[in-house]
Design a protein around this ligand. Sequence first.
Ligand code: SF4
Length: 370
Amino acid sequence: MPRVDWNRLYHQQNIQIFGVNVPQMDLMTDSKGGKNFRAIKLKFSLLDFEIDAVPVRLPVMPVNMTPYLFRDGTLYYKGEALGFENTEISIIEWPRDENPWHLKGYTLPFEGTRNPLRELRLNPNISGYCPGKCSFCHRLYSHRMHPDKKRILSANDLFNRISEMNGPEIFKKVEQVVLITELFGKEDRFLQCVSAIRQELFQRGYPLERVFDCSAQDVRSSSGHKSLVKLVTPKRYCFTLEFFRDRQQLMGHYKGLPLDKVYKILESARNAGFMEIQLNYLAGIDDLDECAKGFQLLASLGLIDSVGLSSFTFFSEEQISCRHKTAWKPSYYLNVVEILKSFNIRVYNPESYDMRNPYSILMDKANDSN
Ligand code: SF4
């Protein structure tokens, strides 16, 4: 096991909290929803590891709001160049919010890394009218810009597009497929979409024994769970819990369900035969006590097996206030990992989601401190 560089780890987490200044980039884009920060992806290639984690998406911040600067291929912290052993740091440009690239209906989140086909992520529902009204939403291009026309790509159109842009062999080569899209607001429409995508995957040569996962907040009824369990591999129910506090206020009525309703939904998923219940959790919004109490109760009810963990990163001025006042230090995020560990809750696939890096390494640190 390669030696962990704790200094690098600190900065990998801290830069997600503060963002980075990049001198040659303009800072803001204006949209109907307000002022958004430009974004880049920052890639930490750890040469001791065989694969790269997903590059971290970060806001480009004014110089007086972040201690980090990326210039001419070097990352600086408070004016000092940072150098980490066996690590290459580079940026990948993230298209501006108004770029049609965002509306193509899929991403290859590992593109630009040494393992570009680790995941194909599908997001065919790009309407800008998501019934989730999340104040922290990162889909600024749709959620805040409200494209003039609603668009839900058919599975066939979406797969033709992926094939045209990446070659038809991509479906045989890609390691896992995940559906993470805007909410549909209707369980049956979501399930139809999942079923149509599964069918297309099969026809285009994706081996269905590989992962086909989806973020399934829309599936809430017992009959819906019974249908979904037959469509996904493995039998994992992924529900976007996000956090415990002020749910309705921060996510709106449809997504920010009260916790007692969430428990009933998870119980129904369990009864339908899902072997794993994975709750997606956004660290940085809850106070740590609330986080600990919330997970303790879920664990005691047997309604959680794993957590898809990411760190909250703001991409607009108004989102800055979503972060809890105690969550401005990297140690907060290590505490979240320790809380999960204390209730035997696994962290799912920690290299795989935007902003989730470097949770796998934080988990090692939590192990180390025992
Ligand atoms: S549910 Fe997802 S896409 Fe919809 S507003 Fe919330 S974060 Fe954005």
